[in-house]
Design a protein around this ligand. Structure first.
Ligand code: FES
Ligand code: FES
Length: 191
């Protein structure tokens, strides 16, 4: 378990003493690890992930729920972490992009299968949107492992990418889904 608290900025000598912000202890389950965070209740989940837990893989784009760059999984469902207060995620299982490598192959320094598919299909250029697409796809494939190309296309329309034109992203998710299906025990038995 890790406890995090935010250092307060020292006021200028002649400035009136600012009112101390209200702080709250939150307990967050992130990537299978329990974290205690002491912070303001108004802080968003993405801010706490990035600034308190230093999980900077989750990006911040619009901060208005439009672009999807901040997508993480909360109880296995993709959510916009810029639209959720961190306090609302207490008691839930939170997964960020950092979990993909450690989760799927057991070694934190190796890419997971979905990440490898993105690399092989050239599904990123600047990469700013990529963590959001990866987590969107991870949540989607967990729920719809048999999704076809059209369904994947519909799912990725939730997030914005200004570089790739989406086609390679769809292909990467489709490739990963096919590989996961082929690795299922029932598929291996049929061979
Ligand atoms: S930063 Fe959250 S949706 Fe754009
Ligand atoms: S790869 Fe640049 S925004 Fe998607």
């Amino acid at each position: 378990m890790t406890t995090h608290s935010r250092p307060t900025d020292a006021p200028a000598a002649d400035a009136p003493a600012p009112e101390a912000p209200e702080l709250q202890l939150m307990v967050l389950d992130v990537n299978g690890e329990r974290h205690e965070v002491i912070t303001e209740p108004r802080r968003t989940l993405v801010d706490v992930l990035r600034h308190e837990l230093r999980l900077t893989g989750t990006h911040v784009g619009c901060e208005h729920g439009i672009c999807g760059a901040c997508t993480v999984l909360v109880d296995d469902r993709p959510v916009r972490a810029c639209l959720m207060f961190a306090a609302q995620a207490e008691g839930a299982r939170i997964r960020t992009v950092e979990s993909l490598s450690a989760g799927s192959c057991g070694r934190p320094d190796e890419l997971g299968d979905l990440q490898r598919a993105f690399r092989e299909r050239h599904a990123l250029q600047c990469g700013f949107c990529t963590p959001g697409f990866l987590m969107l796809a991870e949540g989607f494939l967990a729920e719809r492992p048999d999704a076809d190309r059209e369904q994947i296309r519909e799912a990725v329309a939730a997030n914005l990418c200004r570089c790739t034109g989406y086609q390679p992203i769809v292909e990467a998710i489709e490739q990963c889904a096919a590989a996961r299906r082929a690795a299922r025990p029932d598929a291996r038995k049929e061979k």
